[in-house]
Design a protein around this ligand. Structure first.
Ligand SMILES: [Zn+2]
Length: 264
């Protein structure tokens, strides 16, 4: 073997070694080995993944909304909720298989959350509202629960309703008139709002959908609508198209739009 060849093989080996080392470090990073592993507890939650001071801030926000959301959705969680916070998208994606969202519930007692600076607490409240909604639906399903059957049924819950409730409970409101499509009459249909990939408009306007339902039909019908998996015809006696049209009118007609929206 020539000296040159030995030299080339040697360089290749060193490069491979460096690549392997980088992969090991990135993997450890993704598994959160460089962030805090300590679990911080509060009355109703256990949180891990971030340092104590930040964790306590998020927990404080969750606790101060815990009773209200339980009251709103007419159910209290059965157990302590585990909250896993990830400080980078790779770690979050790797743990959840979810590469685009910023958080997701895993069943009614686990929340996965991507750290999002000062918005993390509000995002945690949003995911908590999802877990409470899930608990509401699980509890009214035939018992003993058949998880496969429940999953099949749960998949029929419209995204617009699922997200609107969480956005409303987490007070994630935007003035809908700031979105051109709401003021020029080209408002999205519920079908469009169900497709997160199509511009994810539900996150812009979801809050106002619940506000509209509460204004026109009252809170109990909102809960009933959840329990009936978004069947507008059955619960509110209205077609999807008519519902969207009236919702848009509710937004556009200033005198009907509650000040909570207009002030934002
Ligand atoms: Zn959500």
């Amino acid at each position: 073997m020539s000296r040159l060849r030995v030299f080339r093989l040697g360089s290749l080996f060193v490069i491979l070694l460096i690549v392997a080392a980088i992969l090991v470090i990135l993997d450890a990073y993704a598994r959160g080995q460089f962030s805090s592993n300590a679990t911080i507890s509060s009355t109703h939650f256990e949180l891990s993944g971030i340092e104590k001071e930040k964790a306590e801030e998020v927990l404080q926000q969750l606790e101060s909304n815990y009773d209200r959301i339980g009251r709103d959705l007419k159910i209290q969680p059965a157990m302590k909720i585990r909250v896993y916070v990830y400080t980078n998208r790779w770690a979050y994606g790797r743990a959840t298989g979810n590469w685009t969202a910023g958080g997701n519930p895993e069943g009614p007692e686990i929340i996965h959350l991507l750290w999002n600076g000062k918005n993390t607490g509000q995002n945690a409240i949003h995911e908590f509202a999802h877990t409470v909604t899930l608990r509401l639906l699980i509890n009214q399903a035939p018992q003993p629960l058949d998880p496969a059957e429940f999953d099949k049924k749960f998949a029929t819950l419209p995204v617009w309703l699922w997200e609107a409730v969480a956005l409303y409970e987490a007070n994630q409101a935007h003035n809908p008139l700031l979105f051109q499509y709401m003021s020029n009459g080209k408002y999205p249909s519920l079908q469009e709002l169900n497709q997160r990939s199509k511009g994810a408009k539900i996150y812009d306007v979801g809050f106002t959908l619940v506000e509209f339902i509460e204004y026109k039909w009252g809170h109990d019908r909102l809960i009933q609508l959840l329990l009936e998996y978004g069947d507008l015809q059955k619960v509110l006696n209205i077609s999807e198209d008519e519902f969207s049209k009236q919702w848009n009118e509710f937004i556009v007609k200033a005198e009907k739009t509650p000040s909570s929206i207009r002030g934002r």
